[in-house]
Design a protein around this ligand. Structure first.
Ligand code: SF4
Length: 256
């Protein structure tokens, strides 16, 4: 992997400076600094579109990473396909490692409810870690007003192995997202009007009632608020990191 063109102190200084910059200015800086080793992730829901719209107006062929977990609403996949064709997007679908195929097929129904962290790790975190290997920069759409974890994020964050995570919308609010959507007449996910204000995988997403927090329909009632892409889990590189009870040490090959 090529070394970052900035040292950690420089990144901290820039991140502070970007606190008052527009998302477009931050994306433009990132594309200029890291092209072609840069990608943007998108969940292709209604509120993801402003960031996508900004990014493709700065660099039309920017690589867009979509987590094809195998558990999406068909409406999400249809929306993703339609937008890819309409906006001529460079989308890359990320799928779980083939090694987990049998396991995920066998346990697809109960795993999201019995062990959502393991499910998210296999379907989202690992595929994203793999897709970002060799990249230098990763643009995400997280905002400080979304969750407690995201409130503590920085606009520029150095992740393990030198990857720079860039969060251009960190200071935006729901109202600013809405205003941008209206200004550019951006399309809406087919389930948005049915109360699905924040959409992830089908087994873990419910519609929200008027006045409820936008993300309250995600893993509702489970206490889980994040899939792991934007938490410490993203630094975990093995199953035993997220599942200490799996004592794989017992499985070491015995000495002959
Ligand atoms: S959001 Fe639900 S179904 Fe999707 S990966 Fe996470 S636990 Fe599994």
């Amino acid at each position: 992997m090529t070394a970052l063109p900035f040292d950690p102190e420089e990144i901290r200084r820039l991140s502070q400076k970007f606190e008052t910059a527009s998302p477009q200015a931050i994306i433009a800086w990132a594309v200029e600094a890291f092209w072609p080793d840069i990608a943007i992730s998108s969940s292709f829901q209604t509120h993801s579109l402003p960031l996508l719209h900004m990014a493709i107006h700065i660099r039309r062929d920017i690589r867009i990473l979509f987590l094809e977990t195998g558990m999406h609403f068909w409406e999400t996949l249809f929306f993703r396909e339609t937008l890819e064709m309409k906006w001529n997007l460079n989308v890359v679908d990320l799928r779980p490692d083939d090694r987990w195929n049998n396991f995920l097929q066998l346990h697809w129904r109960e795993l999201p409810h019995q062990d959502p962290n393991l499910c998210c790790y296999l379907r989202k975190v690992q595929p994203m870690q793999k897709a970002l290997e060799g990249m230098r920069a990763w643009i995400t759409g997280i905002r400080r007003d979304q969750t407690r974890e995201r409130a503590a994020a920085q606009i520029l964050e150095i992740l393990p192995e030198g990857l720079l995570k860039i969060n251009p919308l960190l200071n935006w609010t729901e109202a600013e997202i809405e205003a941008y959507r209206k200004k550019y007449d951006l399309p809406e996910h087919p389930l948005y009007a049915k109360g699905y204000l924040s959409i992830g995988c089908a087994p873990c997403t419910l519609p929200v009632k008027p006045g409820e927090p936008v993300r309250s329909g995600r893993w509702a009632g489970s206490g889980k608020t994040e899939c792991g892409l934007h938490t410490e889990m993203f630094k975990d590189r093995s199953l035993t990191d997220i599942h200490p009870s799996l004592d794989l040490g017992q499985l070491d090959t015995p000495e002959p």
